[in-house]
Design a protein around this ligand. Structure first.
Ligand code: PHB
Length: 394
């Protein structure tokens, strides 16, 4: 049996990009259907990164249900540590802005609650298999619902917000893929029950490799250390994990506690060759991936969505396609800035497996050039707290 539904915008993916887009469209009076192959439970419990730019927090405020400012915590700076010394990058003093530590799955709970409370269409356990007729005025999503029945969503526009393994991408880029870079290292991430070891995030470059000391709450902490891409998350004992972490943050005594989650995060940089084909567009991880060092992933998805939402309003409410035609170029300018920043933070802070003595000393020179120059610190602060979203909205 096939069920066909009709809507104005079909959105594949109930991650931050898909849900935020649906929310903004609803505000503008544009109806949409959002589908995701995962269950609500899975979406709300998958551990992801947690830094929100100030502009992202301001956009989430429009939900009315965002807890970013109450449950999340405001951070006015980070520390870069290298050569045995810490250097604070004071965002507030340098650019008058801050970031919020608020895990992505908490933001997703807020977005899902807002949509469900408003009685808007959001379907879990629905797997998109393909997008058809991208170039026509009535593209459609072919999907399988939770009971194995076929669901067809006909829409005036289809958005692929379906993550790095996007199904929608095939309808946009065809067999052409994208610009791609892989890194010779990954992050070993842990969640532990312990008090914070520091008030702010510490990004540490050490001869043994990179480590990041992050936080989650007064009693739960998130930390990462550089590892091999194919590391087995279960190969090390808790004692060995603490030893690895501790030797990479000399000068700070880590507060240890039971480790209740461990994972290995691969590092990739990716930008799809095409973001738009006819009436199908890609946003968020479907369009690009960044390594986590610059904390840009979710924030970049939010910026894509702002550009696309404005274009869809012009298209669907005023029959004006000009902003849609400009969408790829407008979004790509920020995407490539974020690609550069994420690559730069990554290459400046990690120790490549084949690094020579020259590379190592040059890297310390680079870190010193950043922290000892107000211009250097300001560039980092601007990029980390987020380039202005002005011009993307309105
Ligand atoms: C995190 O807390 O998970 C986190 C923070 C900053 C990053 C990446 C991950 O750059």
């Amino acid at each position: 049996m096939t069920t066909t539904v009709r809507t104005r915008v079909a959105i594949i993916g109930a991650g931050p990009a898909g849900l935020l887009l649906a929310h903004l469209l609803a505000h503008a009076g544009i109806e949409s259907v959002v589908i995701d192959q995962r269950s609500r439970e899975e979406i709300q419990t998958t551990i992801r990164a947690g830094i929100l730019e100030q502009g992202t927090v301001e956009i989430l405020d429009t939900l009315g249900t965002s807890r970013a400012r109450t449950v999340g915590s405001r951070h006015e700076g980070i520390e870069l540590r290298f050569d045995g010394e810490g250097h604070r990058i004071d965002f507030e003093a340098l650019v008058g802005r801050a970031v919020w530590l608020y895990p992505q799955h908490e933001a997703l709970k807020d977005l899902i609650a807002a949509r469900v409370t408003a009685g808007q269409d959001l379907r879990f356990g629905v797997t998109a298999t393909r997008v058809e007729d991208a170039a026509s005025a009535l593209p459609r999503v072919i999907a399988t619902d939770a009971d194995g029945e076929q669901l067809v969503i006909e829409a005036e526009f289809v958005v692929g917000a379906d993550g790095s393994r996007s199904v929608a991408r095939a309808a946009v880029s065809g067999s052409r893929n994208g610009y791609f870079r892989e890194y010779p290292f990954a992050w070993f991430g842990i969640l532990c029950e312990a008090p914070p070891s520091a008030d702010e995030l510490i990004y540490s470059n050490s001869p043994d490799g990179f480590a990041l000391i992050s936080q989650r709450s007064p009693s739960v902490q998130r930390m990462y250390f550089q590892c091999e891409p194919d590391a087995d998350p279960d190969a090390l004992t808790e004692e060995e994990l603490w030893r690895e972490l501790q030797k990479r943050v000399p000068g700070t005594e880590l507060q240890e506690g039971p480790i209740f989650q461990r994972d290995v995060l691969r590092f990739r940089s990716f930008v799809a060759h095409e973001l738009l084909h006819g009436r199908v567009a890609l946003v968020g991880d479907a369009a690009h991936t960044v390594p986590p060092t610059g904390a840009k992933g979710m924030n970049l998805a939010v910026a894509d969505v702002l550009v696309l939402e404005r274009a869809l309003r012009a298209l669907l409410l005023e029959n004006d396609a000009r902003l849609l035609e400009a969408f790829p170029e407008t979004a790509l300018q920020r995407i490539w800035k974020a690609q550069h920043f994420s690559w730069w933070m990554t290459s400046m802070l990690h120790v490549a497996p084949d690094a020579s003595d020259f590379d190592r000393r040059r890297q310390l020179g680079e870190l010193r050039s950043v922290v000892e120059s107000e211009a250097g610190r300001t560039y980092l602060a601007e990029a980390y707290t987020g380039w202005p979203l002005r011009g993307l909205t309105g």
